[in-house]
Ligand binder design. Structure first.
Ligand code: HEM
Length: 408
């Protein structure tokens, strides 16, 4: 009888998925980055070097397509005439490009004018948190409500429905984690959530169809060439994508950023003295502790990576968080250093799927971190490390308690 030795990467990856290591996965990412590419199992590869990840994100031989069935043989068709296959993050060109272009067309002009609104929203959230010395949960008070309010406003979801959106975002996010890390119960729960989400969205879309407004949903439904407009299924999937991609990620960016600042009082003091440092701080948070830690693709043709051949059908996991700490790309990669020159991190991905909301996320995080730095007097962490959410792919604290001597 022959026994197969477990692959070395599998053990480190298993520990990466383990909630016990959620607060600090970076030593494990460094372990996984010892080789540029490693086998996780017979058909899955882990890629950890910046240069390989950046190249593979742009390689058309890698598909983002999620071929999980979305409805069986009678599945409805997308606007490309193919069976409907989910949000455009999980589609390849040309269908991906059509849906992405329509979304960008609606999103970009709306984002451009949002900075004053976002700064005002952050101000109101901190005002509501009270003035005197006390304890604040940054996640609950700022990081969570800010992006949900912004995305609801963009989509035209009424304020009173924000809690519903909020709850869907949290429940749907679990579905982004690699399926092998989910229990049968979690997979069944996800199915129920997805059904509930469709049941919630369809009447909302129908209302916009009957009575369009100035919001993004109405724009997607009514503008452009009718022959190429998203159908209801695609619109529903796009809204779900915007909700998850635009919400949970930004929550983590604000929370990870606050944590990094509180762990690096010198940087906090510099930001407090000069809020103009906020863009550089946010870029460094995106590199140092990225809200999206990895992404996946499937090979459609043989591809050479780090001296290995990835075969068609193999899954490739691109470890964005490992690439962001690659010593071959970033000097002193474990140092939180906003002034670092050439901070070309991978936090927003790259290539055709590069994040459509990067500008919005940056605006939200810059406004939140500079307000936290300038308005909280003597902030200090109550628990270090803080407790983390269970999700791995989108990683961030579940709560971030901060004691302070006042909010000015
Ligand atoms: C795509 C990260 C905020 C919407 C992506 C990707 C990453 C990412 C890594 C590429 C995934 C891949 O290639 O597999 C982030 C981070 C954010 C953030 C770290 C915040 C800190 C947002 C916001 C929105 C958004 C605010 C929307 C308002 C999207 C969409 C895609 C995407 C729609 C899919 C793009 C495509 O497939 O063409 N994001 N994102 N994201 N993001 Fe973001």
């Amino acid at each position: 009888m022959t026994t197969t030795a477990p692959l070395p990467a599998a053990a480190a990856y298993g520990r990466l998925m383990d909630q016990a290591n959620r607060h600090d996965p970076y030593p494990l990412f460094a372990e996984l980055a010892a080789e540029p590419v490693q086998r996780l199992d017979a058909h899955t590869w882990l890629v950890a070097r910046h240069t390989d990840i950046a190249r593979l994100l742009r390689d058309p031989r890698l598909s983002a397509r999620d071929d999980a069935p979305h409805g069986g043989p009678d599945a409805p068709l997308g606007s490309d005439g193919l069976p409907f296959a989910g949000p455009f993050l999980s589609l390849d060109p040309p269908h991906h490009d059509t849906l992405r272009e329509q979304t960008m067309h609606q999103l970009v002009p709306r984002i451009l004018g949002m900075r004053p609104h976002i700064e005002a929203a952050v101000g109101q959230l901190l005002d509501a948190a009270g003035g005197g010395p006390g304890r604040l949960d940054i996640v609950e008070s700022v990081a969570y409500p800010l992006p949900v309010g912004v995305i609801c406003e963009l989509l035209g979801v009424p304020r009173e429905e924000e809690p519903v959106f909020h709850s869907f975002a949290t429940r749907l996010t679990r579905g982004l984690d690699p399926v092998e890390s989910l229990s049968a119960r979690q997979i069944a729960d996800l199915e129920v959530t997805r059904r509930d989400w469709r049941a919630y969205l369809l009447p909302m879309i129908a209302r916009r169809q009957a009575d369009p407004g100035a919001d993004l949903i109405s724009g997607l439904l009514t503008e452009g060439d009718p022959a190429h407009r998203m159908n209801t299924l695609e619109l529903g999937a796009t809204l779900g994508l915007l909700l998850i991609a635009g919400h949970e990620t930004t929550v983590n960016l604000v929370a990870n950023g606050t944590l990094a600042l509180l762990r690096h009082p010198d940087v906090l003091a510099r930001l407090r003295a000069d809020p103009g440092l906020a863009p550089a701080v946010v870029e460094e948070v995106l590199r140092f502790d990225p809200p999206v830690q990895m992404t996946g693709r499937h090979a459609t043709a043989p591809i050479q990576v780090g001296g290995q051949t990835v075969e068609p059908g193999d899954r490739v996991l691109l470890l964005l968080a490992a690439g962001n700490r690659d010593p071959l790309r970033f000097p002193d990669p474990d140092r939180f250093w906003p002034e670092r020159p050439d901070n070309a991190h991978l936090a927003f991905g790259g290539g055709v799927h590069y994040c459509v909301g990067a500008a919005l996320a940056r605006m939200e995080a810059q406004a939140a971190l500079s307000a936290i730095a300038t308005r909280l007097t003597a902030p200090r962490l109550v628990a270090d490390p803080p407790p983390y959410r269970p999700t791995m792919l989108l990683r961030g604290p579940r709560e971030l308690l901060v004691d302070h001597d006042g909010i000015t």
